[in-house]
Design a binder for this molecule. Structure first.
Ligand code: SF4
Ligand code: SF4
Length: 392
């Protein structure tokens, strides 16, 4: 929560924000207005909610939390875009748009992920890998346990980001009951935001939420240490990591685990200037609402990767594939860390990221052409129910 009492109105949070591009004197004026009247179009339009400014505030006043509080108040008044709601009862959202490409193949897999057998442990895909980057699941590395995915089992991160903790709690209670019904005691999660919800947020919000949650990187590292997996095809590349913004609030070895794993895969890890807790966002949260700002940050990240001497960028969050376009202009490939493990065990993952992203863009344009009012559709979630639909 933002603390106005400790904030010195120094503006360091805005000057340091990689999205806003303001001078120190402009930032000082802006922060006074932002804190006192809770208004700043410059901040709100360019803010990706990445949390970086919380890490550089000299008084730990939580400037990113102020932005989040203001956004929650706005969404309570105006509702949220249908595209950002990962719910099965919202017919057109970013996941259903993703599903339109290779539909038959994806729907067949989804049926399995949404109806897993009873088990004490399962792989937990999250939404983006269930609907968009489904290629990641084509591997023998997932043979050992059932795989869980689809919007039915969405982690609810978007609910917390847009409708606040009370609504997230309701979703968390339902989700926990669904996990219990399946007999689950442990989940191995692919997405850092899912990890954050399952491992940090829900245990604080939902009484009794006591699942064991492991990241896919931790799981693979453990397998390697137990001698149950062999990396027979070393990567032999200089690779840098795009650390997920969701890691910032998480305890433990979230930054070192993927680095250790990459080294075991035969990569040489090189670091971007902004890394670990002070990593910069990839820009994907602004991809629809402010694509120019999203492009600018992607360019800055790729420039840091090039300066580090990287030959490839590894991401843990599939959203960070957003770096792909700018990276390819600098002859860099972007891989999910899990794909790199597949390569190191001798598999040949399809890696159709560029195709998937360009199909997403086409599907998006088609969805808007079919319904020009699509982006004006607004929804609220109240007490767990999709409540209101109106046009702005
Ligand atoms: S939130 Fe922190 S960095 Fe921002 S103006 Fe206040 S004290 Fe300075
Ligand atoms: S949360 Fe991130 S994008 Fe938003 S103001 Fe802070 S640093 Fe900038």
């Amino acid at each position: 929560m933002f603390c106005a009492d400790t904030c010195k109105l120094c503006g360091a949070c805005i000057t340091g924000c990689p999205f806003t591009d303001m001078t120190a004197s402009q930032a000082k004026e802006e922060i006074v207005q932002f804190v006192r009247s809770r208004r700043s179009d410059a901040v709100m339009k360019n803010c990706a909610g990445c949390g970086y400014c919380n890490t550089i505030c000299p008084t730990q006043s939580g400037p990113a939390d102020l932005r989040r509080e203001i956004r929650l108040t706005r969404i309570a008044q105006t509702g949220a875009s249908c595209l950002s709601l990962m719910r099965e009862d919202v017919p057109e959202n970013i996941m259903t748009v993703g599903l339109k490409h290779n539909r038959e193949e994806k729907e067949t897999a989804l049926k399995i992920y949404m109806n897993p057998p009873q088990s004490e442990a399962a792989f937990y895909l999250g939404c983006a890998i269930s609907y968009i980057y489904t290629d990641l699941t084509k591997t023998k590395l997932l043979d050992e346990l059932p795989v869980l995915g689809g919007m039915k089992y969405c982690c609810g991160g978007y609910i917390r980001n847009m409708f606040g903790d009370e609504e997230a709690k309701i979703w968390g209670q339902r989700l926990f009951q669904a996990f219990r019904d399946l007999g689950l005691k442990k989940l191995i999660a692919f997405c850092p935001e899912c990890m954050q919800m399952l491992k940090k947020v829900y245990p604080e919000l939902v009484p009794g939420f006591d699942l064991e949650v492991q990241s896919i990187a931790e799981y693979l590292l453990e397998k390697k240490r137990m001698g149950k997996i062999a990396f027979s095809h070393p990567l032999n590349k200089r690779i840098t990591l795009q650390d997920s913004c969701a890691f910032r609030s998480m305890p433990g070895d979230v930054y070192e685990t993927p680095r250790k794993l990459l080294e075991l895969l035969g990569a040489r890890v090189v670091e971007m200037k902004h890394n670990r807790r002070k990593s910069w966002c990839c820009g994907v949260p602004l991809a629809v609402v402010n694509p120019a700002a999203a492009d600018r940050i992607a360019e800055k990240r790729v420039a840091e990767a090039v300066a580090a001497g990287a030959e490839a960028i590894a991401v843990s969050c599939s959203g960070c594939f957003a770096l792909t376009k700018k990276a390819s202009q600098s002859h860099l490939e972007v891989f999910n860390l899990f794909e790199l493990v597949q390569i190191a065990i001798g598999e040949n993952p399809p890696h159709r990221i560029k195709e998937e992203m360009s199909q997403m863009a086409n599907n998006f344009i088609q969805a808007i052409s079919a319904d020009p009012d699509l982006l004006k559709k607004r929804y609220r979630i109240e007490k767990g129910e999709l409540k209101e639909l109106y046009f702005k």
